[in-house]
Design a protein around this ligand. Sequence first.
Ligand code: AMP
Length: 217
Amino acid sequence: MRKYVIMGVQGSGKGTQSELLAEDLGLVHISVGDIFRWHVQNHTKLGAQVRRTMKTGDLVSDELVESVVRQRLDQHDWNFGFIIDGFPRNGRQAEFFMESYDIDGVIHLELPDEEVRRRVLSRRLCPGCGMDYNLIADRPKQEGRCDICGTTLVVREDDTPEALAARLRDYHEKTRPVLELFRRKEVVHDVDARPAAADVQQQIRKVLDLPPYRPAG
Ligand code: AMP
């Protein structure tokens, strides 16, 4: 059983890298942001509670986040382990998490702010099936349409310059200290997130002492 946390500023590729690792190792990928987005899209009560906060790029309250994480992990569908992304984002969340779970490794994706801005502002999302695109590295075949389901792509509500500035500020002020906490207690692996996704994944495998990544096809 492997329990990993992946950390990094928005746009550093946490989702992509988590998926690649999870697929191969049979891990469950838990993205707190995706869980919230699902609730917003499906107009649940929780969705109504978090929508405004998400839109401005601010952090949702620790109580809500912790209950979402607890409920998700309580499903115990992670026989081979999990990789959690987007959590913990501040000291309190980190303490809550470390009290309940042993972590085998923390992957820290490093990306300079200017590259974050470039990547995030070119991000597009399919509201139909949830597929992510990027107009720089991962363009859809037909402009503005999802390759999988054909739905018109949209900009994530929180991918505006203002919301991004708020998220960068939160990241530097609140999330970076979490890394320092993990550095004292756990094994933090710093990985350069600038190279292509497959190369970043290869590096992650290396630092975690896992067999190399073999891209399909
Ligand atoms: P993400 O997709 O990880 O960027 O998350 C999108 C949004 O969900 C964030 O901007 C926050 O509003 C909220 N969110 C996700 N994870 C957390 C967390 N651990 N703590 C507080 N808010 C969160």
